[in-house]
Ligand binder design. Structure first.
Ligand code: PHE
Length: 341
């Protein structure tokens, strides 16, 4: 038995020394020291050993166990050290490498232009108001003096959701909402930027586009105030030398109504392709708020008057940056968008 113990010890130490992984080492430990291990099996037979031999065999068995345990521990530390070293080598971080830049987003050109417009009007004392994009027919048309069968509805081919609800075709419904939210207080002086929807789709028309509405109601507001405000706006937007021109027009919700042009930003009114060799570019519709619209907003047209205007933001941006296709705004091509950040 003593010989057996010695053999096991020698065999175990040799195998343990050669173990090449922690898993293999654990298997060896179980093989020799486990409940069914070789050493345990021998110790179970101690009962067969004559009494005078037991202390000697017992001592040899303990020595063998201690030696195996020590060998396992030693090999375990070696293998662990090797594993950690390998991990460090694999995961090595080169702190001298340049960092990976986090790509920074930028504002969409329409957002840039919208904020520019907002800031110009904020500077003139206007507040910013907003209204819903899914709008009642009443606010979008009826309250703006466009009855159901009025031919003016043809100017704005609409997306209807039901007989009474549609996607707003312009920001003008916010005129009514802004007046009603304030009446009878004065002044009403707000701009309303936002999305609008029409059944149009070509290089200069998109079924979804953006407008900024403006309305100013107070005692004694006149067409001169309208012209002054729009001239100040045009000069801040397009430069000191910009001129504006008003041409008679028609909108059901303003009377009188006007189309407003700015002197061509491309050719300084010399005449070019952009302005059709006229020297002028149309940028918005405007007029004096119709008495019936003032009434629908909760004001007495005998006591107050007001002007209103509405401009297309895409058009303003296209003129400012010389963009010739409105669809570029909505294709989200970074080569286009990056030019404005
Ligand atoms: N809502 C008109 C349009 O979309 C523009 C406009 C607004 C005209 C306010 C006059 C006054 O065409």
């Amino acid at each position: 038995m003593r010989q057996q113990l010695e053999d096991i010890g020698v065999k175990a130490l040799a195998l343990i020394q050669k173990a090449d992984s922690l898993k293999e080492l654990e298997e060896l430990r179980v093989m020799f020291l486990g409940k069914k291990g070789e050493l345990t099996r021998i110790l179970r037979r101690m009962g067969d050993v004559p009494a005078d031999q037991r202390p000697i065999i017992g001592k040899a068995a303990n020595q063998a166990r201690d030696a195996i345990e020590a060998a396992v521990e030693k090999r375990k530390r070696e293998l662990e050290a090797r594993e950690q070293e390998q991990r460090l080598r694999e995961e090595a971080i080169d702190v001298t490498l340049p960092g990976r830049p986090v790509p920074a987003g930028g504002k969409h050109p329409l957002q840039v232009v919208t904020e520019e417009i907002e800031n110009i009007f904020l500077g003139m004392g206007f507040e910013i108001a907003r209204g819903p994009e899914v709008e009642l027919d009443y606010y979008n048309f009826e309250a703006l003096n466009i009855p159901r069968d009025h031919p003016a509805r043809d100017m704005q081919d609409s997306f209807y959701i039901s007989d009474d609800i549609l996607l707003r075709t312009h920001t003008s419904p916010v005129q009514i909402r802004a007046m009603r939210a304030r009446a009878p207080r004065l002044p009403v002086r707000v701009i309303a930027p936002g999305r609008v929807y029409r059944r149009d789709d070509d290089v200069t028309h998109s079924p979804m586009f953006h407008q900024v509405e403006g309305i100013y109601v107070d005692q004694g507001i006149s067409m001169a105030d309208l012209k002054g405000v729009l001239l100040a706006f045009a000069r801040e937007m397009y430069g000191e030398k910009t001129e504006i021109r008003m041409r008679p027009s028609y909108f059901p919700f303003t009377e009188p109504s006007a189309e407003v042009d700015v002197s061509c930003t491309m050719c300084r009114s010399q005449g070019c392709r952009a302005c059709g060799f006229s020297g002028w570019l149309e940028i918005l519709g405007a007029g004096m708020v119709h008495p019936r619209v003032l009434e629908n907003g909760g004001y007495n047209p005998e006591e107050v008057s007001g002007f209103a205007f509405g401009m297309g933001i895409e058009r303003i941006a296209m003129l400012k940056y010389g963009i010739d296709d409105i669809r570029l705004f909505f294709q989200n091509d970074l080569r286009f968008l990056k030019q404005f950040t």
